[in-house]
Design a protein around this ligand. Sequence first.
Ligand SMILES: NC(=O)c1ccc[n+]([C@@H]2O[C@H](COP(=O)([O-])OP(=O)(O)OC[C@H]3O[C@@H](n4cnc5c(N)ncnc54)[C@H](OP(=O)(O)O)[C@@H]3O)[C@@H](O)[C@H]2O)c1
Length: 232
Amino acid sequence: MYLIFGASGGLGLALAQHASARGDTVVAVSRSGRPEAFTGEWIQVQGYEPEHMQPVLQAIEGQTLTGVISALGILHTNNFMPEKRIEDLSAEALEQTYYVNAVLPMLLLQALKSKLPTNSPCVWVQLSAKVGSITDNYLGGWYSYRASKAALNMLLKTAAIELKRTHKQLTIAAIHPGTTDTELSKPFQRRLPADKLYTPELSAERIWQVIENLEPEQSGQLFHWDGKQLPY
Ligand SMILES: NC(=O)c1ccc[n+]([C@@H]2O[C@H](COP(=O)([O-])OP(=O)(O)OC[C@H]3O[C@@H](n4cnc5c(N)ncnc54)[C@H](OP(=O)(O)O)[C@@H]3O)[C@@H](O)[C@H]2O)c1
């Protein structure tokens, strides 16, 4: 059984639909109501903080989790866009982006830790981004988003080290989906060559392929959508 958080987003919904269509049991979780495009189990939550997780914990009670996939993430809001220069920095953008991209995914892991199987294979996947790679940062800009994803990657790696001791068949992975046609990437699509902007369906198919090939020895790593490991 897969739990998918952030299921109303472009990638979250495509990931849930893909798994559901191939016959996996999926519980989709979102702050929004179930869209017509998804017919499986859908839980609407008020937020992703621990105090809102009761309905999720109830829904998975007695079931064995094979994976938890989180598609949470922000790049821009009505109040801010990614920074081009230092003058664009604001405490609001830095804090909010860090909160959604790094803090909430870890609160999810904390809230669900006791439900992760200790004696059967399981994956914990959070969508991350290649621009969060410190090694790979040649272009600069997008301070808040880059830093929040770098922090996320560090938090996931740290959790992977801790949980390796108790959850030997668990793989924690950060996956870069590639630039996908969703609300998140919309303002930045104009200058992209058409073959570099992927549909949510294609990205979901690729992400699932990466997930299916994950091994516990790889826990704590960041992966490109083609399955290759990316440097942190
Ligand atoms: N699209 C791309 O080109 C691209 C590239 C690299 C990485 N990514 C990563 O892929 C993931 C999914 O992105 P997407 O393209 O599918 O974006 P999206 O369509 O904008 O979906 C964003 C998701 O984040 C959740 N979310 C947004 N604001 C939130 C808030 N304030 N509090 C809690 N949750 C919030 C939403 O959950 P609800 O269902 O609850 O609304 C939704 O699932 C993100 O982590 C993103 O950084 C995307």
